[in-house]
Design a protein around this ligand. Sequence first.
Ligand SMILES: *Cc1c(COP(=O)(O)O)cnc(C)c1O
Length: 374
Amino acid sequence: MPERPTAVVFNDPALAGAILTIDLDAVRENYRRLKTRLGSAQCAAVVKANGYGLGAVEIAKALRGEGCQDFFVAHVGEGLSLRSALGSGPAIYVLNGLPPGSEDEAANASLVPVLNSLEQLAAWRATAHRLSRKLPAALQVDSGMSRLGMAPSEVDQLAGDANAFHGLDIVLVMSHLACADEPEHSANELQRQSFEALRSKLPAARASFANSSGIFLGKPFHFDLARPGVALYGANPTPGKENPMLPVVRLEAKVIQTREIGDGVGIGYGHAARARLDMRLATVSLGYADGWHRNAAGAAWFKGVRLPFAGRVSMDSIILDISALGQGVLKAGDLVEFIGPDQDVDDVAGFAGTIAYEILTGLGDRFERKYLGA
Ligand SMILES: *Cc1c(COP(=O)(O)O)cnc(C)c1O
């Protein structure tokens, strides 16, 4: 690893503009809650995209302590770094499969590729032959999402080919739900039936179907191994109902300065807002470069008081209307809450017109990151 230039000290707590706190005890509790729902089925953890932005290694280590044996990443590079952090033992599955040329490295790190196409299957079979050893694999079938996995016609082709899996140990057959967060959607049951039919044509292996929301569709959707991601990180897997998970993330930004402004004065870029009489403002050290969407007009909180945004979100700062606070209550250096007890990650996603997944994975790298329960 090349050494970092010493002038770049983003993670120095004294210098960061905002603090991201990740509660690993809450992640552990969320894992236990999902396991309780699953009953006899096992529970993996999806830690792709650096653990949805929260730190794949920290999350995976915490869940190892809860007995989690199966981790899913999206990219082979994510799998390699997770393997070196966790050591041998847990299974690490690569959801996107292996890009051509990465097979040997993946085999050496005992990664389990999710084979999504006949091409990926052929390449992994060839790798097993070349290395003269049996290699583990997961097979993904397309039960109706049309994203990744073998089509039903390809499954039929494989079922009729005695050599299709030669040299491979098929450890998992999986598929993914398109509409799991809409429990009434008819596609859920159709996909479930399609998955049942497809896997019956393939070698006997553990079956995996449910993501976070899929776990809440009930026992017929659980199969042998569930693959939750976002619910572990505190987002609501049951939209429209009370969130059954504990919050995991807290995001607080520092006040840079406060000011009083005169009636009618323009505020921020484009003068998109104008001051009212006796208005007080605070500018805080968080902006769209930190993953707060520019169009996510919303509010921050200080000691339970809502502080609405004034004007546009800038790259590195946001201006807050702090008139609701007494004079001098908020000072430079104080922390205001952007994600936390007063507004959760799903609320913030609502401001941005997106989903909690995108908010979490978009969280920037200029924060001081604190792990509770490490
Ligand atoms: C991302 C992903 C998951 C996890 O989904 P959540 O909705 O975050 O629980 C599970 N399976 C596959 C195939 C995925 O791509």
